[in-house]
Design a protein around this ligand. Structure first.
Ligand code: 13P
Ligand code: SF4
Length: 338
């Protein structure tokens, strides 16, 4: 029933409508999408889209980033208004602002925010001449950020930051997680004076479920098996895995594997289940991350309802002052990583 309603709306709206879906959306949503991608692909697509209505099946930071990049005549919609991201919520802009002010007292601090962050945090990145990154370009953006000042504050994902620091060859003594308690008053500037990279203590609630003991056990019991994980996973999990990367990189790793391979995939299960269906000649197994409860909020029912109400005033809105600074930070990413 909802599928039929979605198809009817698509037909009615034609070229005026574009439905975008992140790889973590369920098959019931993905089958209606005009474009499916990882966070970088979906953000990079926005400036090229001609559609008047862009419906973003994902979570709020993705739709907000789209709103920041969209042309004035375009309207962005998020089918479920409460589809947030647990990790993004771990870095409230007011606290990030206090911490940047404190760290900026002694050094030129460059914030580099994972795209999984609020518009307020992205605006602070623009204000402090930093930028944003996704899991596809985090390593390149970190290299860029290290050249812009004395110290990089990477936020909110501690694991992605640590994994990228290792890839960039930064020694572990130069990287430290900061104390965000007491509105930043606990931070000791002396303690961090020699650090090149400071990490915000945030994590993804889904990839947090992946444990190194399990990967170790799998590889011990089945030395032929391969393990591919998302870099939001703990560094010990990433170090044990054969490969790590964005959702697109995971998809490409699985596609390139030889028929008959056994591959444990450490990322959100909607994507793992799709890979199982698309590669019946390979033995694809979930490593145990489970589902993202926020990604799962978008159902055909909410999508159908959104498509029927595009002319009501329910589009994603971002504060214009914040949007300008956030746009600077996101456009820097698109330029540096292109
Ligand atoms: P990517 O698709 O960029 O790898 O993002 C993963 C993710 O956790 C999005 O919330
Ligand atoms: Fe946020 Fe993790 Fe869900 Fe992605 S998978 S939306 S990072 S909680």
């Amino acid at each position: 029933m909802h599928s039929k309603k979605i198809q009817d709306s698509k037909q009615r709206l034609g070229k005026d409508l574009a439905i975008l879906a992140h790889h973590y959306q369920s098959d019931a949503i993905v089958k209606h999408a005009d474009l499916i991608g990882d966070s970088l692909q979906l953000a990079a697509a926005i400036p090229k889209l001609k559609a008047k209505y862009i419906v973003f099946c994902g979570v709020n930071f993705m739709a907000e980033t789209a709103a920041v990049l969209a042309a004035p005549h375009q309207k962005i919609f998020l089918p479920h208004p409460d589809a947030t991201c647990v990790m993004a919520d771990m870095a409230p802009a007011s606290l990030v602002k206090n911490i940047l002010e404190k760290l900026g007292q002694r050094k030129k601090i460059i914030p580099l925010a994972y795209v999984n962050s609020s518009v307020g945090v992205k605006a602070l990145c623009g204000q402090y001449h930093g930028s944003v990154c996704t899991s596809s370009n985090a390593s390149k953006m970190l290299e860029w950020a290290l050249n812009q000042g004395d110290q990089v504050l990477f936020l909110p994902d501690k694991n992605l930051g640590e994994n990228m620091a290792r890839l960039s060859g930064i020694s572990s003594e130069k990287v430290q997680v900061i104390d965000i308690r007491q509105r930043g008053n606990n931070l000791s500037l002396e303690k961090h004076s020699d650090h090149k990279m400071l990490l915000w203590p945030g994590v993804c609630a889904v990839h947090f479920r992946l444990k190194p003991e399990k990967v170790y056990r799998i590889l011990n019991d089945n030395p032929q098996a391969m393990v591919v994980v998302h870099p939001e996973s703990h560094p010990d999990v990433v170090n044990l895995a054969h490969e790590s990367g964005s959702t697109s990189k995971i998809i490409s790793f699985v596609s390139k594997a030889a028929p008959g391979s056994t591959i444990y995939v450490g990322t959100e299960d909607s994507l793992v289940l799709r890979l199982q269906k698309e590669h019946p000649d390979k033995n694809i197994l979930p490593l145990g991350a489970g589902y993202c409860s926020n990604m799962a909020k978008t159902t055909p029912e909410f999508l159908a309802e959104t498509l029927e109400n595009l002319d009501k005033d329910n589009m994603v809105k971002v504060n214009e002052d914040l949007a300008g600074l956030a746009r600077t930070a996101v456009e820097t990413m698109l330029k540096v990583s292109s």
